[in-house]
Write a protein that binds this ligand. Structure first.
Ligand code: GRG
Length: 310
């Protein structure tokens, strides 16, 4: 697939998901709500609508498309739900007690633009809104499918997923052991990252397949594709921290080295990391081969993730 074709498709799904997020984050209460505190809604909008690549929603939509999801399925609704979880994680990750960042997507972080208490609540409310959206009748006519998505999202986001990974990450920085960073080996770093960033990406790929009613073999293939993509995503993120500049990346860089944090890039070096990224893209392509041209967009996604600049 041509690079421009891919970019157009990414931009078009991003615009569609953004319109959906804008609608669910309107000032007016949703059915079943009586009131929406204005400051909290504004902070949630700041967290969600200030740009972002919308990679995870894109994966939901494109994997659903690959397996032929029909009109009766609202993949965009499921995608918007997942993006709410992602945005909540960024808001909480930026808090003074976590990464203490002032800049995200080139904008002030939520606790800077508002205040810390509002940022905590905005994150909490985005997380719960995500499950509201995922459980919506419109997402899939079969309640069993919706329930499976809610369960899988909870697992990907929680103790054995992203939140657990964040805890391991803080521990690796030496936050709970008297201050010295832990010297993790590559395997330990990979396990940490599979939870912290990998779990949501993997969920995105499986969710699209589940929405479209793909069989167990296809779902397993999408899970593996999601794992490869998650690894590549994190490796690229670590590379950007070393070689990117804050203006392009949209957030502070060189933070890992400053925190004395071991990453795959610090363990293997920049050149080996680039080589590994290339191998991951090749592996993703091989995995998608059985689907032919229909999967070109997912192959292009792997290349995009590996070479991204922001
Ligand atoms: C605080 C519960 C909790 C979890 C935080 C995801 C996460 C866990 C922290 C984010 C810190 C970070 C920079 C991780 C590296 C990978 C990552 C998630 C980058 C941001 O995701 P992108 O690049 O962001 O998809 P955009 O802005 O494009 O949505």
């Amino acid at each position: 697939m041509q690079h421009t074709g891919f970019e157009q498709r990414l931009a078009s799904v991003a615009a569609a998901v953004e319109a959906r997020l804008q609608a669910v984050l309107a000032d007016a209460p949703r059915p079943g709500e009586t009131e929406r505190p204005g400051r909290l809604t504004a902070a949630m909008r700041h967290a969600v609508l200030a740009g972002g690549k919308r990679l995870r929603p894109f994966l939901v939509v494109e994997t659903a498309r690959l397996f032929g999801a029909g009109e009766e399925i609202d993949a965009l609704g499921a995608a918007a739900a997942l993006e709410c979880v992602h945005c909540y994680s960024l808001v909480h990750d930026d808090l003074p007690s976590m990464d203490d960042d002032d800049l995200r997507r080139g904008q002030p972080t939520v606790h800077k633009a508002f205040d810390e208490a509002t940022a905590i609540l905005a994150g909490d409310a985005l997380l719960t809104l995500a499950f509201d959206l995922m459980a919506d009748d419109a997402v899939h006519p079969d309640p069993g499918v919706r329930l499976a998505l809610v369960r899988d999202l909870a697992r990907a986001a929680g103790l054995g997923g992203m939140v657990g990974g964040q805890m391991l990450d803080l521990a690796a920085e030496g936050r709970f052991a008297g201050g010295a960073p832990l010297a993790l080996d590559a395997d330990a770093v990979k396990r940490l990252q599979a939870l912290k960033t990998g779990a949501l990406i993997r969920f995105a790929c499986e969710a699209g397949a589940r929405l479209a009613g793909a069989g167990a073999d296809d779902r397993a293939r999408m899970v593996r594709y999601g794992e490869i993509l998650g690894l590549a995503f994190q490796l690229a993120d670590d590379l950007l921290d070393v070689i990117g500049d804050a203006a392009t990346v949209g957030k502070a860089t060189a933070k890992d080295a400053a925190a004395g944090k071991g990453t795959l890039v610090s363990l293997m070096g920049v050149d080996a990391a680039r080589g590994t990224l290339q191998s991951l893209v090749t592996e993703a392509g091989m995995l998608l081969e059985p689907y032919g041209p229909a999967a070109e967009v997912l192959t292009a996604t792997a290349a995009f993730v590996a070479t991204r600049r922001r």
